[in-house]
Design a protein around this ligand. Structure first.
Ligand SMILES: [Zn+2]
Ligand SMILES: [Zn+2]
Length: 178
């Protein structure tokens, strides 16, 4: 049985965003396999509101002291978790490929990732492509219009693409992730 590196109570196996991880019922921290952590961060199925609530309820501060890995008991190393406005660290055991996140930090990591322009664009593209697939004629028109755009990224291209999307999607209700 693995114990919480902060409060030493037994960790409970839970499913979070379809991934298995170990959760502390006391401090709400999470022990996650490194590869799963990256997947969870990238592909949140929860809404922004859900993640915000989870971060608010779970977060009680970042553990400053050095922690021991719940599996091999070696010292975990601190790695910065970049969340705008916060100074946070992850605790990582390289040997076991495990990462410890204090309560609420997993949701915060997801929120921070969602705030990046790359994520927003990808999600928005997916959403719009899904909506378009219901109308093959419009999808073809959209693909054709996008193919004619100049290759180099420039503000004009972005503005044009946005205007094009707005025009094509004016009939479809969609939620903007912002
Ligand atoms: Zn704990
Ligand atoms: Zn370890």
């Amino acid at each position: 049985m693995r114990h919480c590196p902060v409060c030493n109570v037994p960790l409970e196996p839970v499913i979070y965003e379809t991934h298995r991880l170990w959760h502390c019922p006391q401090c709400r921290g999470d022990l996650v396999d490194l590869s799963r952590y990256k997947a969870i961060r990238r592909l949140p199925q929860k809404s922004l509101a859900e993640l915000e609530a989870e971060a608010r309820e779970g977060f009680a501060g970042d553990t400053a002291e050095s922690l021991r890995c719940p599996r091999c008991h070696a010292s975990m190393s601190k790695r910065p978790l970049s969340v705008p406005g916060f100074s946070l660290n992850l605790d990582v055991c390289e040997g076991c490929s495990l990462v410890w996140l204090d309560g609420g930090e997993l949701a915060m990591a997801q929120l921070a990732h969602q705030a990046t322009p790359g994520f927003r664009d990808t999600q928005e593209m997916k959403r719009r492509a899904e909506a378009l697939s219901a109308d093959p004629e419009r999808k073809a028109a959209f693909d054709e219009a996008v193919a004619r755009l100049p290759d180099a990224p420039n503000p004009f291209k972005e503005a044009f693409r946005e205007a094009l999307w707005d025009a094509l999607f004016s009939r479809y209700p969609y939620r903007i992730l912002r």
